[in-house]
Every structure is written in structure tokens, then in C-alpha cells.
Design a protein around this ligand. Structure first.
Ligand SMILES: Nc1ncnc2c1ncn2[C@@H]1O[C@H](COP(=O)(O)OP(=O)(O)OP(=O)(O)O)[C@@H](O)[C@H]1O
Length: 278
């Protein structure tokens, strides 16, 4: 697959619809109407091959959360296609989307969102119960072992460190063996050493189990664990970096930040010249 195809999710190198775990094609998401309209996503196309780890970065307000929400079926694009394992999310009813989210999508947030009264094992079992599946003991044990918590199954979340709690959240996301695991700043609340453990875990899920991971982060070190970084600015994908290093990512973010600020100022001047409201 060429670099171009990886960014656009199309072209001659695309082996067909089934080739991507996730694919976005010309996705637009607008909020508000007329003068107050905001193009949070402005024609985003990207393909995510199975068993790859992608970091999504960009200045504040560039559209990262909107991207994740549209890609994970939590929000619907204004136009464009989002395909998960070749299935078009736009054609699905709310009931079908809910089922798809439960069975084929994993989500890990900055806040661990564990249920405090349930044990580690019970927290991890929840998604299976929600999707009406039997809480297979072997599967749960295997998933807990995968995140290094086999000996903590009967503990309560409050008895665990922050890093361990995030590992439980990752186990809970992985237990359904999702098509894509989405992370929204999953290491944002962790110290450097603990964050490294969690990122290594995600890396191993990709390398060892063929998991597909898409992670939003502001941290260049976190992004360096990914196979590639996609950079968003003003709702558009503006660059891709393969085999990223923390230094190279930090440098790119600095120039993007400056670029984003220039673009905002230019837009403001334009609106003032045009006699706009602000
Ligand atoms: N519900 C909404 N209604 C109106 N505008 C919105 C809404 N959600 C997001 N936006 C706007 O869309 C743009 C993209 O927002 P988004 O939250 O996706 O950016 P982000 O890159 O995740 O930002 P951050 O890094 O600060 O979390 C911003 O201009 C934001 O103000």
C-alpha cells in the first residue's frame, strides 16, 4: 500500500472494501448554520489497515474529537462515508449502530470510567453482557493476562494504581476483540512511566494480536509508539508521518501550531475586511 493510499484510503493500491479495518471517505461534519457554521471536519479521507497503530494529532479545535466520534459511530457526518470492516455506518439505524459499537468497537478515554462497585473481572465482562454474549471465563482471563492483570481479577478499581485502572479499561475495550480500538488521550492522566507501560500494551496488542488502534494524543512521545501519525488542522488532514520519532512529531506540531495561528488570524482579517460580525 503506497503512502498516498494510506492517507486517502483509496486509489490503485486499495485491494477492495475489505482491505481496511476503517475507512473515511470525504467526511464532512458541520456544526451550526449559515454564518455560525463551523466545519469541524472538512473533507477527510483516510484508510486504516488491520493490525496498524495510528496516532491522530493537531492543534486544539482542529477536529480530532469529531474525527474519533464520526469514525466510532458516536456521531454522524454531515456528508461522506465511514466504513468499518467495509460496512457503511451511514446506512445503519440507531439500533444497528449501537450493536456495532458494542460488538466491533472499543473505546478508551483519558478518564478510566470503571464502575467502582464492580471487580476488575466484572468491569471487563460488562461489554460481553451488554452485547448479550456469555461471559466466557477463559476469554476474560486471557484478556486480563494480555494487560498484565491476571492476578488482580477480584480487586476493586480503588485498590489499583491509575496505570492499572487504565489497563483494566483497555482490557474492557479489547475483550470483544474489536475491529478498531479508539483511544481519546488514553495516557493524558498518567505519569510518564505509567503512560509508557500503557502505550507498550497498546503496541503489543497491535503487534501480537493484530489489533487496529487509532489514538488521539497531544503528546509526541505517545505518538512515537504508533506506526504513523496523521496531522489535522482546521478540519483537514494536512500531513502524515511514518515511523514517527518524538522529536520529529514535536517539530511538526510546532509548525502546525504556528500555521494554525496564522490561518486563524488571516481568517479573522478576512472577516473584518468583509464586514463580518467579529
Ligand atoms: N457540538 C458542537 N457544536 C458546535 N461546534 C462544535 C461542536 N463540537 C465541536 N465543535 C467545533 O468544531 C471544531 C472541532 O472541534 P473538536 O472538539 O473536534 O477539536 P479537537 O481537535 O478535538 O480539540 P481539542 O484538542 O481542544 O479537544 C472546533 O472549532 C469546535 O469548536
Amino acid at each position: 500500500m503506497s503512502r498516498e493510499d494510506a492517507v486517502t484510503g483509496g486509489g490503485a493500491g486499495d485491494a477492495g472494501r475489505g482491505a481496511w479495518a476503517l475507512r473515511l471517505a470525504d467526511v464532512h461534519r458541520r456544526y451550526g448554520k449559515d454564518d455560525a457554521a463551523v466545519a469541524a471536519l472538512d473533507g477527510v479521507s483516510a484508510g486504516f489497515a488491520p493490525g496498524t497503530f495510528t496516532a491522530l494529532m493537531g492543534p486544539s479545535g482542529s477536529g480530532k474529537s469529531t474525527f474519533l466520534h464520526c469514525a466510532a459511530g458516536l456521531d454522524r457526518p454531515t456528508s461522506g462515508r465511514v466504513e468499518l470492516e467495509g460496512r457503511d455506518l451511514a446506512s445503519m439505524s440507531e439500533t444497528e449502530l449501537t450493536k456495532l459499537r458494542r460488538e466491533r468497537i472499543g473505546f478508551v478515554f483519558q478518564a478510566f470510567n470503571l464502575l467502582p462497585a464492580l471487580t476488575v473481572e466484572q468491569n471487563v465482562t460488562l461489554p460481553l453482557r451488554f452485547s448479550g454474549r456469555r461471559a466466557d471465563g477463559a476469554l476474560v482471563a486471557e484478556t486480563l493476562a494480555q494487560v498484565g492483570l491476571a492476578d488482580r481479577a477480584r480487586h476493586l478499581p480503588a485498590q489499583l494504581s491509575g496505570g492499572q485502572q487504565q489497563r483494566v479499561a483497555i482490557a474492557r475495550a479489547l475483550v470483544v476483540r474489536p475491529a478498531v480500538l479508539f483511544g481519546d488521550e488514553p495516557t493524558g492522566a498518567l505519569d510518564t512511566r505509567t503512560a509508557a507501560e500503557v502505550l507498550t500494551l497498546l503496541r503489543n496488542a497491535v503487534d501480537g494480536a493484530g489489533q487496529t488502534v487509532v489514538m488521539v494524543t497531544h503528546d509526541p512521545v505517545a505518538a512515537s509508539y504508533a506506526d504513523r501519525v496523521l496531522f489535522l488542522a482546521d478540519g483537514r488532514l494536512v500531513d502524515e508521518m511514518r515511523a514517527p520519532t518524538a522529536d520529529a512529531v514535536a517539530e511538526r506540531m510546532t509548525s502546525l501550531g504556528a500555521w494554525g495561528e496564522q490561518a486563524r488570524q488571516a481568517g479573522q482579517q478576512e472577516r473584518q475586511r468583509a464586514g463580518g460580525a467579529f
